[in-house]
Design a protein around this ligand. Structure first.
Ligand code: PLP
Length: 389
């Protein structure tokens, strides 16, 4: 009498977790410093000191009941106002506090948005390579998950592939830029061309096709523009998270932005709130909402990631690896020598080098390297990559 889908989700560890656990086991035997673990996207730079200071200030100047009490389900007005002000300052986007729903990070926000869009028969597309959790998130709402094949080797979006797969039941396409796992950033041109295609298809099918912009890595870009998609395509819903931008993945805080100008925006916003309610959402953590109200304008110091990125990219290219241009996030996506990324990952494992095959991201033949690790690990592991090619 147990739900089989839930059972399977709960008992099958993801390939990433599997590798990570393997690495912990090996570290206990050979020592932490001898395992080159590139499996997990856990930020390796600490949260900015201003975040910790904000917590101290809040505790000092706010009554305890207000710090720890329930907030409204959609989030504190002060928090939503601070985020709206920041977005308007950066993108002149016309964001209002009532367009924002404060959530517990991108994962539950995405689930709420998918649920809000999951009319009977709905199909939701993801562009490969994609974050593997999208599939259970989408399928959990009853919608069908469909994959747009990858645009190899540049990892932008192949419009002909979108055109082929999009249909009358398509309600949304998920975009994740900067991208996990490819580390690429979709250019303004890519997004404008996609927007034109979606507008044409929405007119043809007589209903909106939303872009769901999954943006945990928005602030992690190295000298390139990350276009704010609602200013390019009106039917965009943003799921934002502070997990990576402020290195707060365990605290669970972010927001959904439903632009006023999006089709059926008021109903959509209500459905996002309703879907969250149906999943047991009460409010995002109150203390963290108050922190964001004070820190909405903070940006991460990317120096350490950037140094890792350049050293690893240059090192791998010098060794003869083919690597996607890494403009954002903290991932490199590398073509597996020999073409079989699962076999390569297994071979690497024998040398205590842990990289994730792209198969689970909808992109076989490539492997992902998470470079949110120590610089020493990168330097020490390059000779091992050299032995593997
Ligand atoms: N989306 C992508 C692309 C991610 O890489 C992650 C986490 O790694 C998430 C969503 C979930 O992030 P959060 O911690 O905000 O739930």
């Amino acid at each position: 009498m147990i739900n089989q889908t839930a059972y399977e989700l709960g008992s099958n560890r993801s390939c990433i977790r599997e590798l990570f656990e393997y690495g912990r086991g090996r570290a206990a035997i050979v020592g932490n410093e001898n395992v080159y673990d590139y499996s997990l996207g856990n930020p390796s730079i600490p949260a900015p000191e201003a975040v910790n200071q904000a917590i101290r200030d809040i505790l000092a100047d706010t009554p305890s009941l207000a710090v720890h009490g329930y907030t409204s389900a959609i989030g504190d007005l002060a928090t939503r106002q601070a985020i709206a002000d920041d977005l308007n300052e950066r993108y002149a986007a016309g964001v209002r506090p009532q367009d924002l729903f404060i959530g517990c990070g991108a994962a539950p926000e995405l689930v709420a948005v998918f649920k809000a869009l999951a009319v009977p028969g709905a199909e939701i597309l993801a562009v490969a390579p994609y974050f593997p959790e999208y599939k259970p998130f989408v399928e959990g709402t009853g919608a069908t998950f469909k994959v747009v094949p990858p645009d190899v080797p540049g990892f932008q979006i192949r419009l002909s592939a979108v055109e082929e797969i999009i249909g009358e039941h398509t309600v949304a396409i998920i975009l994740n830029s900067p991208n996990n796992p490819a580390g690429t950033v979709y250019t303004r041109q890519t997004l404008e061309e996609l927007a034109a295609l979606l507008e044409r298809k929405a007119a043809q099918f007589g209903h909106p096709i939303y872009i769901v912009a999954d943006e945990p890595y928005r602030e992690l870009a190295y000298g390139v523009e990350v276009p704010f998609i609602p200013t390019i395509y009106r039917d965009t819903i943003v799921c934002y998270s502070y997990s990576k931008s402020l290195s707060l993945p365990g605290e669970r805080i972010g927001y959904v932005y439903v632009p006023e100008k999006a089709t059926d925006s008021a109903a959509l916003y209500a459905a996002v709130a309703g879907a969250s309610r149906g999943a047991g959402h009460v409010c995002a953590p109150s203390l963290w909402q108050k922190v964001i109200a004070r820190c909405a304008k903070l940006r991460p110091d990317l120096e350490a990631y950037d140094r890792n990125r350049k050293t690893l990219y240059d090192g791998l290219v010098d060794l003869g690896y083919e690597v996607a241009k890494p403009d954002g996030a903290f991932y490199l996506f590398v073509k597996a020598p020999g073409g079989d990324a699962v076999a390569f990952s297994e071979k690497a494992k024998q040398k205590d080098l842990l990289v994730v095959p792209g198969d689970g991201f909808g992109c076989p033949g490539y492997f992902r390297v998470c470079y949110c690790v120590s610089y020493e690990q990168i330097v020490k592991s390059l000779p091992v990559f050299g032995e593997l090619i």
